[in-house]
Write a protein that binds this ligand. Structure first.
Ligand code: LMR
Length: 396
C-alpha cells in the first residue's frame, strides 16, 4: 500500500524545531518558529492565564463535548475583540464566529468553506507570505498564486506592485491579507494604503481573508486590529482568522477562531451552519481548555487589564531587542546598515540573509532561522544577543 509513498520535505518552520532539538551545540538559539520567549529564554505562562486556571481548578468541571462551533462565551469574546463589543456587526448579529484549532485551524475552516462556495476561485497570498498559507490553501484544493508585496531593494513594501497585482486579479479571487505584523517580512502597509487596498478589493469584487495572528504585537491591540473596522466601513463581507497562541502565550492549547462578516443576521446563521459542517467532518468539535481560559480572561475586566499589560510588556521587549540587534550587529563589525530591523514590527525580522547564510548560521553556530532569512526577534534576549550578532557578523 505504501511502497510508492514519497518522503515529504520537513516543514520549513516547525521542521526547524526538530532539527534544533537534535542539535548538541550548547550555544544554540532558536529564532525559527514565531514564539515569544522572555529575557531568561523562558516561554512565559502569563499571570492572567494562571489566575484564570487557578479559578477553574477551584471549581473543576466535567468535560462533555463542546458545541461544534465552540464555547459560546469564547466566540462572543472573539467577536468583541475583533470587531468591537458595541460595533454594528456584533450588535446586529451578522458575524459568524467559530472556535478554531489555533489560527491555522481558523484558516483551514475558512478555506474549506470557501472551496464549497467559490470552488473555482484562485487564492492570492503575499510574496512572500507565511510558509503555511500556500500549503494550506493548496491542500484545500485551490490554485495559489502571489501578489507583489516585499521590495528587497527598498526594504519595505512594494505597494504599487501590490495594488497592480490586486487590480489585475479576476473577480472572486480570494486575497489573503496580513492584518498586522506581516509574517515573514515585518513590514505592514499604512492606514492610508489599507484604504487603497480595500477600495480595490471592493471595486474588483475580491474576497478578503484577513489573517490576524499577531494582534497586539505591533502597535497595540486596537491599533493592530484597526484594519477590521476599515473593511466593515467599506461594506464588505470578509473572513478573519485569529489566534491567541502568541498573544496569550498559549501555543500548545491551539486557541484560535474564524469570523465571517456576512450581509445580515440571517445570512450569518446560514454561513455558521456550513462552517459547522466543515468542523464536524474534520474534528467534530474543539477542545475545551484553551478556549475556556481565554474566555475567562477576556470576560473579566481585571484579568483582561492584566492581559493587556502583559501583552504590552512582550511588545515593548521585542522592540527593545530590535534596537539591541541593530546595535549589536554594528558592534560585531557588520558594515551594512541594519537599522531597517527597527522599522519592522511584530515578532519577525526579514534579515535579507541568503539561504546559504541561514544554513551556515544553523550548521556552524546553531542559530536557527528560516531559509528565507526570517528570524524571530521575540526569541532574542540579553544573554543570547551577543552570540547571535557575532554569528551573523561571521556569515554576512
Ligand atoms: C510561525 O510563523 O513561525 C508561526 O506562525 C508558527 C507556525 O505555525 O508556523
Amino acid at each position: 500500500l505504501f511502497t510508492a509513498v514519497e518522503m515529504a520535505p520537513r516543514d520549513p518552520i516547525l521542521g526547524l524545531n526538530e532539527q534544533f532539538a537534535a542539535d548538541s551545540n550548547p550555544n544554540k538559539v532558536n529564532l525559527g518558529v514565531g514564539v515569544y520567549f522572555d529575557d531568561n529564554g523562558k516561554l512565559p505562562l502569563l499571570e492572567c492565564v494562571q489566575a484564570a486556571e487557578k479559578a477553574m481548578m477551584e471549581k473543576p468541571s466535567a468535560r462533555g463535548y463542546l458545541p461544534i462551533d465552540g464555547i459560546a462565551a469564547y466566540d462572543a469574546a472573539v467577536k468583541s475583540l475583533v470587531f468591537g463589543a458595541d460595533s454594528e456587526p456584533v450588535t446586529s448579529g451578522r458575524v459568524a464566529t467559530v472556535q478554531g484549532i489555533g489560527g491555522t485551524g481558523g484558516l483551514k475552516i475558512g478555506a474549506d468553506f470557501l472551496k464549497r462556495v467559490s470552488p473555482n476561485a484562485k487564492v492570492l497570498i503575499s510574496d512572500p507570505s507565511w510558509e503555511n498559507h500556500r500549503a494550506l490553501f493548496t491542500n484545500a484544493g485551490f490554485a495559489v498564486d502571489t501578489y507583489a508585496y516585499y521590495d528587497a531593494d527598498k526594504r519595505g513594501v512594494n505597494f504599487d506592485g501590490m495594488l497592480a497585482s490586486l487590480n489585475s486579479a479576476a473577480a472572486g479571487t480570494i486575497v489573503v491579507l496580513h492584518a498586522c505584523c506581516h509574517n515573514p517580512t515585518g513590514y505592514d502597509i499604512t492606514a492610508a494604503q489599507w484604504d487603497q487596498v480595500i477600495a480595490v478589493v471592493k471595486a474588483k469584487n475580491l474576497t478578503a481573508f484577513l489573517d490576524m495572528a499577531y494582534q497586539g504585537f505591533g502597535h497595540g491591540i486596537a491599533e493592530d486590529g484597526a484594519v477590521i473596522g476599515k473593511f466593515v466601513a467599506a461594506g464588505l463581507s470578509f473572513f478573519v482568522s485569529t489566534s491567541f497562541s502568541k498573544s496569550f502565550s498559549l501555543y500548545g492549547e491551539r486557541v484560535g477562531a474564524l469570523s465571517v462578516l456576512c450581509a445580515d443576521k440571517e445570512e450569518a446563521s446560514r454561513v455558521l451552519s456550513q462552517l459547522k459542517i466543515v468542523i464536524r467532518t474534520n474534528y467534530s468539535n474543539p477542545p475545551i481548555h484553551g478556549g475556556a481560559v481565554v474566555a475567562a480572561v477576556l470576560g473579566n475586566p481585571e484579568l483582561r487589564a492584566l492581559w493587556e499589560k502583559e501583552l504590552g510588556e512582550m511588545r515593548v521587549r521585542i522592540k527593545a531587542m530590535r534596537q539591541k540587534l541593530v546595535d549589536g550587529l554594528k558592534a560585531a563589525g557588520v558594515q551594512q546598515d541594519m537599522s531597517f530591523i527597527t522599522t519592522q514590527i511584530g515578532m519577525f525580522s526579514y534579515s535579507g540573509l541568503s539561504k546559504d547564510q541561514m544554513v551556515r548560521l544553523r550548521t556552524e553556530f546553531g542559530v536557527y532561522g528560516t531559509d528565507t532569512g526570517r528570524m524571530c526577534v521575540a526569541a532574542l534576549n540579553s544573554k543570547n544577543i551577543d552570540y547571535v550578532c557575532q554569528a551573523i557578523a561571521k556569515v554576512v
